[in-house]
Write a new protein. Structure first.
Length: 317
């Protein structure tokens, strides 16, 4: 498919023209869907009229064999057009190299155009014929804002991780591109924080563990060069700042892990102490109830008291 006007607008960085073209495409598809709907309704009406007037008989079976066929009987029935009136196809149109307008905008670093295309619900995960995504293009050309916008276009961390770890035909991820070209800020953006308080560290660790073949050789193809992680690729091409950034990220991750381990250990000790206190009080209260026949409120029954002590809650005496 040749390059269309939307590719040219993305290349020029004209977000207004991109939005206008997408809206025109959407309106055009809405009109086409409405016209198809009207034609389908007319066909249904004409079919119902033919059924009632002609009674389902054909001209050849009528007693007057020379009668002319009805115009209604010659009309073909048309099925209802269920084409969705959206701008998906226009926004995802690919050129001869398989590059969508989002690929072009990401390579150019046009944040406004990227936002416009994402708002038009374009498929940001599409790859061209070389297997390269828009995220790889933005990482290769050093556009940090575009990288962040595309990376967090995924609604869940699992979707973000899957998108960031995709490889092209040469086995390179977006982190390989950024490490090879020395874009430290993009490397840190792709790795994310060393410890995410909610979702953990899956993205950064998976990216650092991705291996690719050196010198552009495909992973499953020829055996030119050895498999390399992003850090090893940075070492081969003397990207010292990238190496330092990755090492600092890993060290910060280890410190955060140690801090989390200490917090968990302290929480376990406190839980054991509460459990021991609850067990002793349970034993004492049970003995008093047995020997003295004391009446206890509902909140002070031994089983409830044990659960409250484990949860760290003690009712006021």
């Amino acid at each position: 498919m040749p390059r269309n006007k939307l590719h040219d607008a993305a290349l020029a960085g004209d977000a207004g023209l991109v939005l206008r073209l997408i809206e025109e495409s959407r309106q055009r598809r809405l009109k086409q869907a409405e016209a198809a709907e009207n034609e389908a309704r007319m066909a249904e009406i004409e079919a119902e009229v033919r059924r009632r007037v002609l009674g389902g008989t054909s001209p050849s079976s009528s007693p007057e064999g020379s009668a002319r066929p009805s115009r209604l009987s010659a009309l073909p029935l048309k099925k209802r057009d269920t084409t969705e009136a959206t701008s998906f196809i226009e926004a995802n149109a690919a050129d001869a190299l398989g590059r969508t307008p989002l690929h072009v905008a990401a390579a150019q670093g046009s944040m406004q155009v990227v936002d416009a295309l994402l708002q038009a619900n374009c498929n940001y995960r599409l790859a061209d014929k070389r297997g390269r995504t828009a995220l790889m293009e933005a990482a290769s050309y050093g556009h940090e804002a575009v990288v962040a916008a595309l990376l967090y276009a995924g609604l869940t961390p699992a979707a973000q991780t899957k998108y960031a770890t995709e490889c092209d035909c040469a086995g390179w991820t977006a982190l390989h591109d950024a490490s090879y070209r020395g874009h430290v800020d993009i490397v840190l953006t792709l790795l994310g924080p060393p410890v995410d308080p909610v979702w953990g560290t899956a993205l950064g660790l998976e990216l650092l563990g991705c291996e690719t073949a050196a010198d552009g050789a495909t992973v499953s193809g020829n055996s030119v060069g050895q498999l390399m992680t992003p850090r090893q690729l940075a070492e081969q091409y003397d990207q010292m700042e990238v190496i330092a950034a990755i090492d600092n990220w890993v060290e910060e991750l280890e410190r955060c892990r140690e801090a989390v381990a200490l917090q968990r250990r302290a929480a376990m000790v406190a839980a054991h102490q509460r459990l021991a206190l609850a067990a002793s009080m349970h034993k004492m209260i049970a003995s008093k109830v047995h020997h003295r026949r004391l009446y206890l409120p509902l909140a002070w029954r031994p089983t409830d008291l044990l659960l409250q002590a484990i949860a760290g809650y003690m009712p006021e005496q």
